[in-house]
Design a protein around this ligand. Structure first.
Ligand code: FAD
Ligand code: DCQ
Length: 439
């Protein structure tokens, strides 16, 4: 009997647990370990940051759902991984052994990279985040405080140097814009700035996709949002963001400061401590090094998927940026590693599966949205498509309901989902790609 432990029950970990359970025979054991007892649908957090979603709508208790599928669940943080003993030490001091470990711990938020940044800096007017439901709720409170005051101060939204997940910064800026319009409060905001480490608007950490630079800069401009690129934010004071602007040659050009009454700046990501501290497992930022089969070259019984893995940036930028890891890409990593662990447990040699890492994403911009398909993530791409419209806003709402329902029902990829994506020429595994689609 093999015991597979999945660490982190987020966008990658929950489907991984279900898929692992489905693939392995009943004689094997699957345990899911996660810091919080609840699952949150992370892509809806920007909506929670303006009160368009409540916690109850996008968060649910994990245990009853996974238990029904025969998956053990421990709502504990792992503080230490001991790969020599194949053992985790959990937050209550207990230990948990494993035969295979799947790491899906997502990001640690590197607020400490910029002095004074983050919702817990102690500043009255802090820079907020929408990366977790807790942060989004705090951001919403600060957002309301600003617009409810007699003389609201400027709004500053954007991304810190070293950030990789730029999509939600654009989403949040345009969702805030829409929400201000709805409340009739837009004209009360003296200035609205978008401050990003990307070299140009719509770069998104992937050197742009389709018309993303044009579409996003047009949106920001038409709404009176002033944008600033190549911004290296170095410090946050109470209600003030201090940044340096670089030129395209990578030289520091000028210092700029932005006063704000409300600010949301997406932080850079790094690996969580328990993972980053394992000798030889990670790169210097604490992201897990994996081969194309999602497996650690150093520890062959450790696999990883999602934001916690190391991927190289798509290109060097004047101010450092990273490449994002989006939902479909994460699901493709999960499906590949589940197949590979199963084959390993069953002693089957042969071709190990490789995830397609296709980047398909729906981003909401308030009442419309943009969708993109970048296959593969690195250029030159076979598909490089970026489209916009009201349909994307509705598609994203539909996807939210669908994903949460799927996580409650306990399935990772229903057959009709696979079929629909296959019709679009998109699959999770390289071995499922049509010959026409393969390089
Ligand atoms: P997470 O979903 O963050 O899950 C990690 C889990 O591990 C968490 O539950 C955490 O508590 C747990 N954990 C961490 N450390 C430990 C530990 N030591 N012990 C136990 N448990 C631990 N992608 C898209 O494709 N579309 C989108 O619209 C989209 N929107 C996004 C919006 C936001 C605000 C953000 C931040 C990202 C978005 N992404 C989106 C990108 C990506 O899909 C998400 O970040 C996704 O949640 C990443 O999944 P993950 O499984 O790697 O990590
Ligand atoms: O897992 C996903 C996810 O959550 C993390 C998203 O965030 C909302 C996504 O957008 C996945 C898989 C997606 C992609 C969903 C695409 C469905 C529609 C495909 C149509 C193609 C045009 C863009």
């Amino acid at each position: 009997m093999a015991h597979v432990v999945i660490l982190g029950a987020g966008t990658g970990g929950m489907p991984a647990a279900y898929e692992m359970r489905e693939q392995l025979g009943a004689s094997h054991e699957v345990t899911l370990v996660s810091e919080n007892p609840y699952f949150q649908f992370v892509p809806s957090n920007p909506w929670a940051g303006v009160g368009w979603r409540t916690r109850e709508q996008i968060v649910f208790e994990i245990e009853p759902y996974v238990k029904r599928k025969g998956i053990n669940f421990l709502a504990k943080r792992a503080d230490k991984i001991d790969p020599e003993k194949n053992q985790l030490t959990l937050s209550d001091g207990s230990t948990l052994g494993y035969d295979y470990l799947v790491i899906t711990t997502g990001p640690a938020l590197a607020f400490d990279a910029v002095p004074g940044a983050g919702p817990f800096s102690g500043h009255q007017k802090a820079t907020h985040s929408i990366c977790t439901i807790d942060h989004a709720e705090k951001a919403y409170e600060s957002y309301l405080n600003n617009i409810d005051s007699d003389n609201p101060d400027p709004i500053v939204i954007g991304a810190m140097p070293g950030a990789s997940c730029f999509g939600p910064a654009y989403e949040y800026a345009l969702i805030v814009q829409k929400d201000l319009e709805k409340r009739g409060a837009r004209s009360k905001i003296p200035e609205f700035h978008f401050v990003t480490s990307e070299p140009y608007i719509g770069h998104l950490g992937i050197a742009g996709v389709g018309d993303s630079p044009k579409i996003l800069s047009r949106h920001l401009q038409s709404l009176g949002v002033q944008y600033h690129c190549n911004m290296n934010t170095v410090k946050v004071q109470d209600g003030k963001l201090l940044s340096e602007q670089f030129n395209d040659a990578g030289e520091k050009e000028k210092a700029e400061s932005f006063d704000f009454g409300f600010s949301m700046m997406l932080p850079a990501f790094k690996g969580v401590d328990a993972v980053a501290n394992v000798e030889g497992l990670c790169n210097p930022k604490g992201f897990v090094i994996v081969d194309e089969h999602q497996r650690s070259p150093k520890y062959p019984n450790i696999y990883a998927a999602g934001v916690c893995i190391a991927i190289p940036p798509v290109e060097a930028t004047p101010v450092p940026t990273g490449a994002p890891k989006t939902g479909y890409m994460i699901e493709s990593m999960v499906t590949a590693l589940v197949h590979n662990i199963k084959a390993n447990i069953e002693g089957k040699e042969g071709k190990a599966e490789i995830g397609t890492w296709n980047a398909i994403c729906l981003a909401d911009l308030g009442d419309r949205g943009v969708g993109f398909v970048a296959l593969p993530q690195f250029k030159p791409r076979k598909v490089d498509w970026y489209g916009e419209g009201r349909w994307v806003h509705w598609a994203k709402i539909a996807f939210e309901k669908y994903f949460i329902a799927k996580m409650k029902a306990g399935v990772s990829e229903p057959f009709y989902e696979k079929l629909i994506f296959q019709m679009l020429g998109i699959s999770r595994l390289k071995s499922d790609e049509s010959p026409l689609n393969q390089k």
